[in-house]
Design a protein around this ligand. Structure first.
Ligand SMILES: Cc1cc2nc3c(=O)[nH]c(=O)nc-3n(C[C@H](O)[C@H](O)[C@H](O)COP(=O)(O)OP(=O)(O)OC[C@H]3O[C@@H](n4cnc5c(N)ncnc54)[C@H](O)[C@@H]3O)c2cc1C
Length: 535
């Protein structure tokens, strides 16, 4: 173990309020050894569990017939159950584990909380660049950072707590749901009947098939946020959003971090220049990068994990304390009795749905990670909203009509909405792209946040936005402006006349729109304007 030290008191460890104190982010002065702290329980855990899985919860007596029965209380299930109940429907919601699903408990919220601490660490390391004199040695309290994350998840889990769901009129059942017929479900021996049902069971981490990995032990998103001690070294397998985000976090926390990815660039779905910038950023943070590499074998020697990595036939060996796998997600379709209910599915893409999110059983719909290609919280919630309308109100809302942005929260962030160029080309849509590098954006320069670009694709000859990729420190915030324009049918011409607050990084989007408008100044118009002004 590293001789790593901690402060003995943790500021507001049991409180829920967040303040800007440096010690609440996990950056403290050292006093207590990490081994001493490792065994202490997380104080925020009791508050979170009281919201997401109250120990004294008693399932209600089932009603004769539910208008909507929802299986899974992640973002999709919670949204559908609450919306339907508030509108007056008789709703049953079944959750076998914890309310909130991956997002609150094992995904978005814990990862973003730790990313924030990592960002602060990076900023503090770079403090002298801003004229702030950094401490001679920057200490880091992993446990305090994890406690902050726990306080945040506890606080956010309050919104969809068991009590709040019951107050909204949702009949909440804790237990494993399994279809026993085309309109019946069993919850640990309790039979429920429904008119319409929604399957929102989400996804599990996909596990790599590597000899020795299971025996050596590894972390997934379901266990990494329970770590009590910062590993001295960690191998992250998989360079998708999860792998890239957490590799950067561990490196910024001070762990020796290695990332291995089987393809030539990280974030395979993103544009190449965006993925390259993430690679550069990870390298700047000291992550050891192995692209085009696969882990072929894991063994344990002297309590440490010995990894064999293969690149182009060459094998290298490295030794780490922990392994985190993030190679993708598998839809949660097992043990649901889908065959009994007549719901078609396959293990890879999950439950088969049409554009209205109906399954092969007319009474049953699906939403979220269990059936969608894009596995994000915003997509899960948007699809659940569609199901409530279509299942209960004869709606004809289509999934394909949605415009969904997403973001990988590395530093810089990579955000995208709409079409990629390769996709447009595949569909033979002529594309013109307007790119503004962030080093041409005044606020990005003033903030020393110049890495990145805004790229907006339009249909050639028009100002209709097809899609956009933004790489910037706050790309996740910026992309929403482009989404709004796309949903509202606002083209680049109109966007160029939107006056932005100055200086802001979002101005990059207006600069891209200005670049479009300049292309509309034909030589004839320019000649006319010059003649007019010479009068
Ligand atoms: C590390 C990580 C970071 C992420 N970060 C982001 C991010 O920044 N932004 C973003 O948009 N997305 C992010 N995601 C993705 C996001 O968490 C998921 O897309 C979202 O949670 C999907 O919601 P869902 O409701 O479909 O499923 P889930 O959240 O998986 O919920 C499904 C629920 O169903 C329950 N269930 C399953 N089977 C049964 C059964 N038979 N009976 C009863 N209950 C059952 C499960 O216990 C679970 O609670 C992240 C994911 C991970 C892993």
């Amino acid at each position: 173990m590293i001789p790593f030290t901690f402060k003995s008191t943790i500021a507001s460890a049991s409180g829920l309020d967040e303040g800007p104190r440096a010690d609440s982010w996990g950056i403290t002065s050292p006093e207590k050894t990490r081994e001493e702290r490792a065994d202490l329980p997380f104080p925020g855990e009791t508050a979170r569990l009281a919201n997401v899985r109250p120990a004294d919860w008693r399932n209600p007596t089932p009603q004769a017939l539910y208008q909507l029965l929802v299986i899974g209380a992640g973002p999709a299930g919670l949204l559908a159950a609450r919306a339907a109940a508030v509108l007056g429907a008789r709703v049953a919601l079944i959750e076998r584990d914890q309310l909130g699903g991956d997002c609150v408990n094992d995904g978005c919220i814990p990862s973003k909380s730790l990313i924030r601490t990592g960002r602060l660490m990076a900023d503090m390391r770079n403090a002298a660049n801003f004229g702030a004199m950094p401490p001679t040695e920057l200490a880091f309290d992993f446990r305090a950072a994890m406690l902050r994350m726990r306080r945040i998840t506890a606080r956010i889990s309050r919104r969809n707590s068991a009590m709040n769901l019951a107050r909204d009129g949702v009949d909440l059942f804790f237990g494993h749901a399994r279809f026993t017929g085309s309109d019946t479900v069993d919850v640990d021996g309790l039979p429920l009947r429904f008119k319409k049902a929604l399957i929102a069971t989400g996804a599990h981490p996909m596990l790599p098939d590597i000899p020795g990995l299971a025996e050596a032990g590894y972390l997934t998103n379901e266990t990494v946020f329970d770590l009590k001690v910062l590993p001295r070294s960690i191998l992250v397998i998989g360079g998708g959003p999860l792998g890239c985000e957490l590799a950067q976090v561990f490196a910024r926390f001070g762990a020796r971090t290695i990332i291995s990815h089987s393809e030539p660039l990280f974030l395979p779905k993103e544009e190449r220049d965006a993925a390259q910038m993430v690679s550069d950023a990870l390298a700047r943070d000291g992550v050891e990068i192995h692209l085009n590499s696969t882990v072929v074998k894991v063994a344990v020697e002297n309590g440490r994990k010995v990894i064999e990595l293969c690149n182009d036939g060459n094998t290298a060996t490295t030794v780490v304390d922990e392994i985190l796998t993030g190679i993708g997600r598998t839809p949660a379709v097992q043990g649901l009795g889908l065959e009994t209910a007549g719901v078609a599915y396959d293990a890879e893409s999950g439950i088969h749905v049409d554009d209205f999110l109906r399954t092969s059983n007319v009474r049953i719909y699906a939403a979220g990670d269990v059936c969608l290609e894009h596995q994000f919280t915003n997509t899960a919630e948007a699809s659940a909203r569609i199901v409530v309308r279509n299942a209960l109100f004869f709606g004809r809302k289509r999934m394909s009509a949605l415009t969904v942005p997403w973001c990988t929260y590395t530093d810089p962030e990579v955000a995208h909405v709409g079409m990629y160029v390769k996709e447009a080309r595949r569909q033979r849509i002529p594309v013109k792209t307007f790119t503004i590098p962030m080093h041409d954006v005044d606020r990005a320069v003033a903030d020393s946040e110049e890495y990145g670009f805004v790229k907006i694709h339009v249909r050639e000859g028009t100002d209709r936005i097809l899609g956009a990729t933004i790489v910037a420190r706050h790309a996740g915030e910026m992309i929403n402006t482009v989404s709004l324009a796309m949903v509202a049918g606002i083209g680049l011409r109109a966007m160029s006349s939107v006056v932005h607050a100055y200086p802001t990084q979002c101005t990059a989007i207006r600069q891209a729109a200005d670049a479009y408008v300049r292309t509309r100044l034909s030589p004839r118009i320019l000649r006319w304007a010059r003649r007019w002004l010479r009068r």
